[in-house]
Write a protein that binds this ligand. Structure first.
Ligand SMILES: Cc1cc2nc3c(=O)[nH]c(=O)nc-3n(C[C@H](O)[C@H](O)[C@H](O)COP(=O)(O)OP(=O)(O)OC[C@H]3O[C@@H](n4cnc5c(N)ncnc54)[C@H](O)[C@@H]3O)c2cc1C
Length: 414
């Protein structure tokens, strides 16, 4: 894994947004430039390792720096998405990649930009995955080619204004079958890509049998209205939306035939929880990259920050947290390959990696001093993004309670 090019390392004290021209060549970078002290990437078989290196290089050279400006402006970088699509990041779910490779891709996209890693993760785990596993042949034929090429986008619409943690029991959006059409009514909140997607995968309760079912709702259907949620402190590139569904009519065939109750979707939701664990590892590597590079250049009291013991201790702690997260996730990938992953392990990994991520970005923020407060220096952006990882895909508390229930046999939350 590679933190940033040497040119970037040489000029990281200047605000990232201002760095367009290549900097002067600099001498040798620091040891362990990729920060993979535990050789996790070596666990990949050779062809996947080569692909991993090529994609990582693209992400660091073409995505990382431009994403800072997009993040500050809360804009979606459609141009970057095209390049990511060409590298196959829209089709990780169906291209036969190993779980470790897919996970390390999530790490590297998060290392370049956390919002885009949210898009790549939700897209693969919850959109492509749901249609591929629970969709009809017609739905697969219609949507999968565009989705896997990243020329089309879906949004995953589960959370509602009044139901987040208790969504499984509390979901209020309704679906009624009427003369060969489903009529959907309700509201959704926080829906990633809700304003830019081609369709939303909407979870609604069938009035007939009270089961929660998954429906493909094209975003140009009359009655679908999405409003961007502005002024977020994290994931600012991701276009999250409040969605209103007002008597939206869709063909009967837009119901996912495999999603006629919530139980089959649960397996994919378990995997998507684990995906956030990978994001937690990636954001910590990003924090380490930025903090190390800054500490090697910023001078106080006549020497680089990197020479101070307290700075070194924090760098070691960030990298220790990141490595522990990566190692945990690599083992999770193994049990996933063996078909042994359950909700408890996914929840534990998600909660642990995001707890460590929050601690790591706080140390990174402090290493940058006042410049850690400005998102232009990248660390402030990571600081805000970590808050989202801590809360979405089940909050830290709810994931901890899932683990607690698994190891005590007693539920403390329902
Ligand atoms: C940036 C962002 C992107 C998102 N993207 C999507 C998306 O694409 N699609 C989607 O469907 N959803 C999305 N979400 C929603 C996300 O999954 C929810 O925000 C999350 O599940 C928490 O729900 P809530 O915000 O309603 O918080 P609440 O459920 O209201 O919880 C508030 C607080 O109470 C705590 N709490 C709740 N119940 C208990 C309990 N029983 N015991 C102890 N503590 C409890 C929680 O841990 C939390 O600290 C996104 C959210 C954010 C912020």
């Amino acid at each position: 894994m590679q933190p940033q090019g040497r040119e970037e390392a040489a000029s990281s004290i200047a605000p990232k947004a201002a760095q367009v021209a290549p900097a002067e060549p600099v001498p040798e970078g620091p040891p362990f430039p990729d920060a993979d002290l535990m050789y996790i990437v070596d666990l990949l078989p050779e062809p996947e390792r080569e692909r991993y290196l090529a994609i990582r290089s693209f992400l660091q050279s073409s995505v990382r720096q431009p994403s800072i400006d997009y993040w500050n402006r809360e804009e979606f970088p459609f141009g970057l998405l095209a390049g990511m699509g060409q590298l196959g990041l829209g089709g990780l779910q169906t291209d036969g990649s190993s779980k470790l490779f897919k996970g390390l891709m999530y790490v590297e996209v998060a290392r370049a930009d956390v919002s885009l890693s949210a898009l790549v993760g939700i897209h693969n785990e919850l959109i492509v995955g749901m249609i591929d596993e629970l969709g009809s042949e017609e739905q697969k034929h219609r949507w999968l080619p565009g989705l896997t090429g990243f020329t089309q986008l879906g949004a995953f619409a589960l959370t509602e204004p009044d139901h987040g943690s208790d969504i499984a029991g509390g979901l209020e959006t309704s679906a009624r079958l009427e003369r060969g059409e489903w009529v959907i009514n309700g509201a959704k909140r926080w829906i990633g890509a809700g304003t830019i997607a081609d369709f939303a995968l909407v979870w609604a309760r069938d009035e007939a049998d009270q089961q929660i079912k998954g429906f493909i709702v094209e975003t140009d259907r009359p009655g679908y209205r999405a409003t961007k949620i502005c002024n977020k402190i994290g994931l600012r590139i991701m276009q999250n939306a409040d969605i209103v569904l007002d008597n939206v009519r869709i063909p009967e065939s837009n119901l996912l035939p495999g999603a006629t109750d919530f139980s089959r979707a649960n397996r994919l939701l378990r995997d998507s929880r684990a995906w956030v664990g990978w994001q937690g590892a990636g954001i910590q590597l990003a924090a380490f990259d930025v903090a190390r590079s800054y500490s090697l250049e910023r001078r106080q009291f006549g020497k680089e920050l990197a020479r101070f013991q307290l700075i070194q201790q924090q760098l070691a702690e960030i990298l220790g947290n990141a490595s522990a997260s990566l190692a945990l996730m690599a083992q999770l990938a193994r049990i996933q390959e063996d078909g042994k992953l359950e909700m408890a392990q996914a929840a534990m990994a998600k909660a642990t990696c995001t707890r460590l991520a929050r601690a790591s970005v706080a140390m990174g923020r402090s290493i940058l001093g006042g410049n850690g407060i400005s998102a232009d220096y990248e660390m402030g952006k990571l600081f805000g993004d970590a808050e989202v990882l801590y809360t979405y895909e089940g909050s830290y508390e709810i994931n901890s309670l899932i683990v607690g229930r698994a190891v005590t046999g007693k539920s403390a939350f329902v």
